[in-house]
Write a new protein. Sequence first.
Length: 294
Amino acid sequence: MVAQRGRRNGSPGAPTTPGTRGTPGAPASANPRRGAPVPRRASELDTAPTDELPVVAPPAASGAARAIPEAAVARLAVYLRVLSAMAEQGSTTVSSEELSAVAGVNSAKLRKDLSYIGSYGTRGVGYDVAVLVGQIERTLGLTRQHKVAVVGIGNLGHALANYGGFPGRGFPVEALFDIDPDLVGVPVGGVPVSHLDDIPSVCAQRGISIGVVATPPTAAQLVCDRLVAGGVQCILNFAPAVLQVPEHVEVRKVDLAVELQILSFHVARRADGEGDGQAAAPNAGPAEGAVVSS
């Protein structure tokens, strides 16, 4: 999942007749400064390496003054998931080596990540699991719930609306939207589907802070504009489109096709490596100790 920055250049760039049922894809994020907005090329949005993502200032409640690289923020979310599972199993302390092994990072990187939130552990003991969970939750802003709206109740939207893991992690789905008259008014996951035209008013009334766009790309920008008009501050975009948003709105993209293509690259590279090894075998020199006749 990648954060993207796009800038609104004055035109919404969205169609006037969206259809919202469809499959997921990719997006972007944006930010016009005060004054005249400065456009950026789409290529600049899609190719920024993870290591160069901007730093994220932790919430004031966390007590940490250091800015946190966004890549580290993503790893903190992984540590939280692992630590929560450990706490459920009765673990009270954990070493950096144990936590890093389960989280899939090296221990040095883990210790640096945790130092951003002011947690350094105790030599010979490790980290207090409950304390570390609390520190990460405060840093990630999880001490309060974030109400979620899903736009586009196709196959993906249905799955997201019915997923039971969101409320338990502080992300209750409080609103659903679609343009299909056969869906409007029908409850999905216990929440009635509202019409696309009602996005601004419903989001404002229900205090929606996160919007999920699961529409075709032709509808994504219009949906995004309406979410922003309803006071939504963060957008998770599954549509294969680059969204233009104001500076105060954060956009994250989930491009499943790109992720599959990346996996395909690794599969192909391994297959090529195995093929090269097999082809090189007949030309290999004699084994050590072999006798070669002249």
